[in-house]
Ligand binder design. Structure first.
Ligand SMILES: O=C(O)CCC(=O)C(=O)O
Length: 301
């Protein structure tokens, strides 16, 4: 497969658990797991500061992820949800069986549900505006460098009671950037994400290790994952995010999400940002870089 060029785009207090414990989805909870939303700043903070503080950058570099709790307003998240739901209705009306299998879950059962939609930043203005928010872009550039493109994005609909888990994986296994440090995933909580409704869990510091082998079940080629045997002793830390907050993670950070055991939605959008001077080299799944959206240019570039 040829190399894919990205740069050509269009346009707390905390309570600690005493010892590791296995969660319902087989997640091995880190002994230092944060039981409450990890507040980087006080909960009264209304505006994030750009750039991030040295401590926040150090936290990202050490742990491979960073949560900023209050970035977008609840009303902005509500608009994004309305837009994504309307788009989902439109899309589903024309899907083939194969597309249903890719984008939905529990197909053919009473629990049949939309699971995800691809490339909202390209297709939907509401999501493009989120991706272009100056505060957000400022943080992304601080983490991966100036001049960035969203080369792929998704909306995840984890529905009440039936929304399924996303198994353990590393994003860079999917994307294969030629510089592992040049990709950051921006995961925006459209609804509050809690341990009950399926928030992300991270392997702290795992981005400092290797890219691990992944495989996918034959009927779910999109679901590349790391087998339990390979990472049987990996402790995972929950990252609850209040509505409108963002969790940033490095492309090599081990992460997963559990199923939604609550009566509340857990909808989120993930935007994958790449520095413009970076290429994707033979990713195992296809990404249409005609749908990449350049968000900023390096000054002088
Ligand atoms: O939202 C989820 O459940 C999975 C998201 C994810 O794996 C990602 O953003 O890289």
């Amino acid at each position: 497969m040829p190399e894919l060029q990205v740069g050509i785009a269009l346009s707390s207090e905390t309570r600690l658990v005493a010892s590791p414990s296995i969660q319902p989805d087989g997640i091995f909870l880190h002994p230092m797991a944060i039981m409450e939303a990890p507040m980087i700043e006080t909960s009264s903070q209304k505006h994030i500061s750009t750039p991030l503080s040295d401590e926040q950058v150090a936290e990202y570099r050490r742990d491979g992820h960073l949560t900023i709790p209050e970035v977008f307003s609840s009303a902005t998240m509500e608009k994004a949800i309305e837009d994504a739901c309307a788009w989902g209705e439109e899309m589903q009306a024309s899907w083939t069986e194969q597309q249903q299998a890719w984008f939905m879950e529990h197909v053919g059962t009473p629990d049949s549900q939309l699971r995800k939609l691809d490339n909202p930043v390209y297709h939907r203005e509401v999501f493009r505006r989120l991706a272009s928010s100056p505060d957000l872009v400022g943080i992304v550039e601080q983490l991966i460098g100036p001049g960035v493109t969203v080369f792929f994005s998704q909306v995840f609909f984890k529905s009440p009671e039936v929304g399924g888990p996303k198994p353990l994986h590393q994003d860079n296994f999917y994307f294969r950037p030629d510089d592992n440090d040049a990709m950051v995933t921006v995961w925006i909580a459209l609804d509050e994400a809690t341990r009950e409704n399926g928030c992300l869990y991270y392997g702290n510091g795992s981005h400092l290790g290797e890219m691990l082998p992944h495989s996918a079940p034959p009927e779910e080629p999109f679901n590349l994952q790391i087998s339990k045997e390979i990472v049987s002793d990996q402790c995972m830390t929950p990252a609850p995010v209040p509505r409108g907050g963002i969790s940033f993670h490095h492309g090599l950070t081990l992460h997963q999400s559990s199923s939604n055991r609550s009566s509340h939605w857990r909808r989120a959008t993930a935007m994958h940002f790449l520095r413009n001077d970076t290429k994707l080299v033979s990713p195992p799944l296809e990404y249409d870089l005609n749908l990449a959206v350049q968000i900023s240019k390096a000054s002088g570039g």
